[in-house]
Design a protein around this ligand. Structure first.
Ligand code: 5GP
Length: 202
């Protein structure tokens, strides 16, 4: 059985990663979204174990000391990380996994798992990104500035990824990512093979 594909999706805050991920999962139900651990507080609509596994800084630090993370990072003052065990088990079972993580985490994955596919989601323009960040209505002016600055730094890292997808229309972005995954799964170097011959001679 071929191992599952590890797909990493990153992009600046406000680019619409969450919406694109949801659309992609609807297009490709066999793809599983990896649930990260975080020390940030849950938002009202979030449930533990589905969006994130919410945990304490002390438990997170213990897991770091125990080398339990495939990758982890501090984002906006909170810890976020992906556990090695869950990823390893899923890939070994042949399940394709989607990690929606920041640039720091994606680069750790690049170093550790060369076969991972790294996709960068970019906004159609900086104006569109500004509008999306300020339009959320959940951020004050200082936070908006902080997120925009972080977004610019994240955008500068796009060349470290394998693919760049522009999120103009959510449906198009999700379809592009779906096509990338399909093509990656057809790679002979990843183990794609014709059916075994039935043993008949020509
Ligand atoms: P939010 O708190 O808005 O859900 O996520 C904030 C940022 O953390 C996003 O850029 C998201 O991609 C990133 N993030 C979420 N989970 C992980 C993770 O497990 N590892 C890393 N490195 N970043 C993550």
């Amino acid at each position: 059985m071929a191992a599952g594909l590890l797909v990493v999706l990153s992009g600046p805050s406000g680019v619409g990663k969450g919406t694109v991920c949801r659309q992609l999962l609807a297009l490709r139900p066999s793809l599983q979204l990896s649930v990260s651990l975080t020390t940030r507080q849950p938002r009202p609509e979030e449930t533990c174990g589905r969006h994130y596994e919410f945990t304490t800084p002390s438990r997170f630090q213990k897991l770091i000391s125990g080398d339990a993370f495939l990758e982890w990072a501090v984002v906006y003052g909170h810890y976020y990380g992906t556990l090695k065990q869950a990823v390893g088990e899923n890939l070994a079972r042949g399940t394709d996994l989607l990690l929606e993580i920041d640039v720091q985490g994606a680069l750790q994955i690049r170093r550790r798992l060369k076969e991972a596919v790294l996709i960068f989601l970019a906004p159609p323009s900086m104006e569109a990104l500004k509008e999306r960040i300020s339009g959320r209505g959940t951020e004050d002016a200082v936070r908006i500035r902080r997120r925009l600055k972080a977004a610019q730094q994240e955008l500068a890292a796009y060349h470290l990824y394998d693919y760049l997808v522009v999120n103009g229309r959510v449906e198009d972005a999700a379809a592009s990512i779906d096509a990338i995954i399909e093509a990656e799964k057809c790679r002979i170097s990843r183990g794609a093979r014709p059916p075994a011959s039935g043993g008949e001679e020509r």
